[in-house]
Design a protein around this ligand. Structure first.
Ligand SMILES: [Fe+2]
Length: 202
């Protein structure tokens, strides 16, 4: 019969770099081990949230792994722009560049960005995937998941209580989508050797 489909459906295109590719990129850009460790913990948490609330898990995982890649070029706030630049230079999907560009705190508008010495662009997370990575980053401090209250304490100490309010709103939005408070996810995330040691001691 003519018009059949002898080869079957086209294979699905792999759009998102996998774990090994992301780690290779972080190393190739000269990221410090602390940045890589932080990014892996953020990616674990972001992946868990993404799978619970119906986001694109592969996009979120790659975006979280690469969100701080620009810290190899800029150790300050500008690393969000540097991360997006590197992701674009490497020819990776624009969605990953936007995840990186929009992960500062719980969202920074164009005017605020300009006041911080950044390009006058709206850097607030828009897509679900952008919100998940940015919020996961807020919940992680270095390579530990400390949660929302700890983020709020850090922001309040810096005189940035507005960031805390924005983070609480995103937290509520993601929890609503997941159907449970996403802080419940923390208990089931394996944070590596430190967690294993604690288990052995306890
Ligand atoms: Fe960052």
């Amino acid at each position: 019969m003519e018009g059949g489909c002898p080869l079957g459906p086209p294979s699905s295109e792999v759009r998102w770099p996998a774990l090994r590719d992301c780690l290779d990129l972080l190393e190739a850009e000269g990221c410090a081990q602390g940045i890589i460790d932080h990014s892996i913990v953020v990616a674990q948490l972001a992946l868990a949230i993404a799978s619970a609330c119906g986001a694109d898990v592969d996009m979120v995982f790659a975006g979280a792994l690469l969100h701080d890649i620009g810290r190899s070029r800029d150790g300050c706030l500008g690393h969000v722009i540097a991360s997006a630049d590197i992701i674009r230079e490497r020819g990776l999907p624009e969605e990953l560049a936007l995840i990186a560009e929009r992960h500062l705190g719980a969202g920074v508008g164009a005017e605020e960005a300009e006041g911080l010495g950044l390009p006058a662009r709206d850097l607030r997370p828009v897509s679900l995937e952008e919100k998940i990575v940015s919020h996961s980053d807020n919940l992680v401090y270095y390579d530990e998941i400390l949660g929302l209250d700890a983020f709020c304490e850090r922001m309040t100490e810096k005189g940035l209580a507005g960031q805390c309010e924005k983070a609480r709103a995103i937290h509520a939005e993601l929890s609503e989508l997941c159907g449970f408070d996403i802080e419940q996810i923390f208990a089931v995330i394996d944070q590596g050797p430190q967690t294993t040691e604690r288990r052995v001691v306890e």
